[in-house]
Design a protein around this ligand. Structure first.
Ligand code: G6P
Length: 615
């Protein structure tokens, strides 16, 4: 959802900014731009399209020699993707010859009101964006005043409503970048004689591992040899220096053609990172989370919130928690939860699932649950992200950086964390005895290895993909846990291949949607739950008799007739509650290979962004 980078130091900023932008491209990629202080003054190059287009344009325009600048990669909210709507935006009466340039991630809600007032003061707008308002506002407040840019930005952000991470530069001081944040992430990388700003640490790690996290309402003044952070009153704030714990190679493709395939293949390790340290001597052991036995016993209701794949993981978690613990549990779409006046009791526990830890709707839903008295536990991958920092407790996934927009390894790790939580809760509430806990823990411990076995379905999935890549619609069916897994499989396919796809509760299809099944329609059916085998098989027969071709994903112990299926994938034996961890693997591979077959941009699907920091 837009990526920001800035550099100030001694070296040429251009390659550093471009490298930073490439690593942030997963956040949005419909246009890009850079503003830098060259010998000519404050120069801006921006264009619709990818970072590669920007690089090309900069080359055509003769390059940019500067040791300070800011860059942006955009996911459009206000105004179509176009050259003029690309960031940076210049502040100044004609919007062209400005002395101030701004990059922004977020949404300024009162931009129309501010725009009208600035137009009344003679400002002529060049774009349809909310961001240009910020550039002119800063120019208006700054011009002719003998005030530091940092103080002006502090005043300006006080007049903004909405969310923002901002990078601002001014001709006043061509070595200074001012950064500000409210509800959108921004970090400050601390180098030797150089400093950076960025939306996340992937953009700074090639220069430094040390960084500060800017908090809401703070403004930072970043120069090559100093960083000063102020709170909204202008008081200097001492920040804790953080350190990136993973290596640069973790955020590189490492020989794979796409990040998505690399991350699919990394799943055994990613899931082991989530599970193994927390399974000790047949028990689930959580690091100190405030998740005391007393709290776990008292909870009347477990709420799970998330968006996209995180929600789908939550749906699996909901079934497993209700099944094992017999406690009421609900998985909610974060953007609905926050506006539906949910019933939350003070003893409730709220599991907040998010790979990035920055998703705006999930964050808002968590704040609401917390304010209502629920105990919030974040299940998050990105360390020190906003959700992780604001939750009462955190279960980190430790899955390593995930770059492909379509999540794979973080989803699998989320399932692992939810299983751990379910076992712990069931044990504390007396629903499992020590032996049962041990049996489940042993099975859980083996899941990473079994995911490795499922990855061997690669060539089968590649073959199936070549057969069905030309379909215009693909259906996924399942009941119970298989339905939740089908939702994720369907989302994966549509995200990366642009094929219309629906996941249906197998028993519900006949109530209307079965009218869409015709000769040759592909139906992927999941039947991994013995108690529901027969029911799902009947539903599969219903679609087969209407001409559908079926790929069946089923459990090791299914001994029914499969002769009517075109392809069958079997899972190794495991407790049925954990089968979503294995059934999703071939279906991630299927989505990937279909997307490749259709020449889609697998890692950066159209219209999507990995981290959705706007509502
Ligand atoms: C975006 C991504 C999805 C992701 C969802 C939630 O829409 O494209 O793949 O599942 O956000 O992201 P989170 O970081 O909160 O898990």
């Amino acid at each position: 959802m837009c990526g920001i980078v800035g550099f100030t130091g001694q070296e040429n900023a251009l390659p550093i900014l471009l490298k930073g932008l490439y690593s942030l491209e997963y956040r949005g990629y419909d246009s890009a731009g850079i503003a830098a202080f060259t010998q000519k003054g404050l120069e801006v190059v921006k264009t619709r399209g990818r970072i590669a287009n920007l690089e090309e344009k900069i080359r055509e325009t003769g390059g940019l020699e500067a040791c300070c600048g800011i860059g942006h990669t955009r996911w459009a909210t206000h105004g179509e993707p176009s050259d003029r709507n690309s960031h940076p935006h210049l502040g100044g009466k004609d919007g062209k010859s400005g002395e101030i340039a701004v990059v922004h991630n977020g949404i300024i809600e009162n931009y129309l009101e501010l725009r009208e007032r600035l137009e009344a003061h003679g400002y002529v707008f060049q774009s349809d964006t909310d961001t240009e308002t910020v550039a002119h506002l800063i120019d208006y407040l700054h011009t002719g005043k003998k005030e530091d840019l940092g103080m002006t930005v502090l005043k300006a952000v006080g007049m903004l409503r909405g969310s923002y991470a901002l990078g601002v530069v001014s001709l006043d001081d061509p070595h200074e970048i001012v950064a500000a944040r409210r509800a959108n992430p921004l970090v400050i990388g601390l180098g030797e004689g150089e400093n950076l700003i960025a939306s996340d640490v992937t953009a700074i790690i090639s220069r430094t591992r040390k960084y500060l996290i800017l908090d809401d309402g703070e403004v930072a003044i970043v120069r090559p040899d100093s960083v000063k952070v102020m709170n909204e009153f202008g008081d200097t704030v001492e920040k804790e220096v953080q350190e990136v714990t993973w290596d640069l190679s973790a955020a590189e493709k490492g020989g794979y053609e796409h990040f998505m395939m690399k991350e699919i293949m990394e799943q055994p390790q990613a899931v082991a990172n989530t599970l193994h340290p927390r399974i000790q001597d047949g028990h689930v052991v959580f690091e100190d989370q405030g998740l005391t036995d007393e709290r776990l016993k008292k909870a009347q209701h477990i709420h799970i919130i998330g968006c996209g794949s995180a929600l789908h993981a939550g749906m699996v978690g909901r079934s497993v928690i209700e099944e094992l613990c017999r406690v009421r549990c609900q998985a909610s779409v974060a953007s609905e939860f926050r506006y539906e006046n949910p019933i939350i009791e003070p003893d409730d526990i709220c599991l907040v699932i998010s790979q990035s830890g920055e998703t705006a709707d999930t964050l808002a839903a968590m704040r609401l649950a917390k304010a209502a008295g629920a105990y919030t536990v974040a299940i998050v991958n990105v360390v020190s992200s906003t959700i992780a920092r604001e939750a009462d407790g955190v279960l980190y996934l430790w899955a390593g950086p995930e770059i492909a927009v379509a999540t794979t390894k973080a989803y699998s790790a989320q399932l692992g964390a939810l299983y751990l939580f379910a076992i712990k809760l069931a044990r504390v509430r007396g629903m499992l005895n020590a032996d049962e806990e041990k049996t489940l823990c042993e099975a859980l411990y083996k899941i990473p290895e079994q995911i490795g076995e499922m990855l061997q379905s690669k060539s089968q999935m590649q073959y199936i993909a070549t057969r069905y890549a030309n379909r215009s619609s693909i259906f996924f069916l399942g009941r119970g846990l298989d339905y939740a897994a089908a939702m994720e499989a369907s989302l994966k396919l549509k995200e990366v291949s642009y094929i219309h796809s629906e996941a249906y509760a197998a028993g519900e299809l006949k109530h209307g949607t079965i009218s869409l099944i015709e000769e040759g329609t592909l139906v992927v059916a999941l039947a991994t739950q013995p108690a529901l085998h027969e029911k799902t098989i009947s539903n599969i027969r219903e679609v087969v008799s209407r001409g559908a071709e079926v790929v069946l994903v089923t459990s090791a112990d299914f001994d029914g007739d499969t002769s009517y299926c075109s392809h069958v994938v079997r899972l190794p034996a495991l407790p049925h509650a954990f089968s979503p961890s294995l059934s999703i693997i071939p279906l991630q591979l299927l989505a990937y290979y279909i997307a490749v077959e259709r020449s889609c941009d697998v890692d950066k699907p159209r219209n999507l962004a990995k981290s959705v920091t706007v509502e």
